[in-house]
Design a protein. Structure first.
Lengths: 198, 198
């Protein structure tokens, strides 16, 4: 590469984005430079606006434009249910399904002995506090069906034992549109074990 | 998606980058917000620096920090050869090969009757001017081996007929590391036609 300093810095930073490697970061940077008024300047403004204004909700860990996010301050949402997710991306995925009308709690990761991530590194204490304070009657654990996700789910369920709320988790089974032939054994056993009368 | 305004704008802009779709743009935007000091702020600075300072070279169409790019002003590069490329990305690819020591000329695209791109939309007049003015003795057409690329190459060769310089193009054949079994018929015929004594 024979790009001048500023461009090299831009490429190096863009290569750190998930989904972009060195080669696609180069392409993206050149595309930005070509589309200066259409893309480069608006993107600079958008990144500055986000850097300036976006912050984490002090209650649930979602991101928004103030210390309390839109979902925590929405009066039309039910107070009794908290849906626990790993990440803001998962919160958005739940919201796209438009079926959950309660509040959220974003953990910010999963427990992981290997990476030295304990419950204090996640927002688990905050969750326990909210359950005690807010009169919550159901905690829905919407965590990934991976080892780390399920470990974290079990840990939270343990910590909530004795609290005056039920703890549920997302159902496991065949995804909508799924073909049995392409599903792994674990999913098929889970779906069989949780079978329902038609 | 339930992202607040600023974040949605950022995601929409990032989704316009080559290699990023709506889903990966979302991931990238969240990644940026998470890595605020490590990535978001430096990226904002880098984009502003590029927007402020990077401009197109008035001679060859390369990008750089002034009206004459590093390659056009480099005294150690040969004046007699001009390598014609479509794009700055192609110029960088040539430079990574570190074998060409002359100057470049960036066309900014290919001729395309379908898209209404004629020679005046590309930097072909500038190239003809340079050939006349700079005492060039070889024009190397390093253009893609695609229909548009080769059409453009033939057009330029036609326009340069009668000029006091030779016009060459990159050799076509088996790429280094290439396996015959995986090569298309066109490449194999080109390589066979251009066979050399060992």
């Amino acid at each position: 590469m024979k790009a001048s300093g500023d461009i090299e810095v831009l490429i190096a930073l863009m290569a750190k984005l998930p989904g972009l490697g060195p080669r696609s970061a180069r392409r993206a940077a050149l595309h930005l430079i070509k589309k200066r008024t259409l893309l480069l300047n608006p993107l600079a403004d958008a990144i500055f606006a986000v850097a300036e204004r976006v912050r984490e909700c002090l209650i649930c860990g979602n991101i928004g434009l103030s210390d309390r996010c839109d979902i925590c301050t929405a009066s039309e949402r039910a107070n009794g249910q908290i849906c626990v997710v790993e990440d803001v991306a998962d919160l958005w995925a739940m919201e796209r399904a438009t079926v959950f009308k309660g509040r959220y709690h974003v953990l910010g990761g999963f427990l992981s002995a290997l990476d030295g991530i304990g419950s204090e590194d996640l927002k688990i204490p905050g969750l326990l506090q909210r359950v005690a304070d807010e009169g919550v009657n159901e905690v829905i654990l919407a965590l990934n069906a991976t080892v780390d996700g399920q470990t974290t789910a079990h840990y939270i369920a343990d910590r909530l034992e004795g609290a005056a709320c039920s703890v549920t988790s997302l159902a496991q089974g065949v995804p909508i549109g799924g073909e049995l032939d392409y599903l792994d054994d674990g999913t098929i056993s889970a779906a069989l074990n949780a079978r329902k009368p038609v």
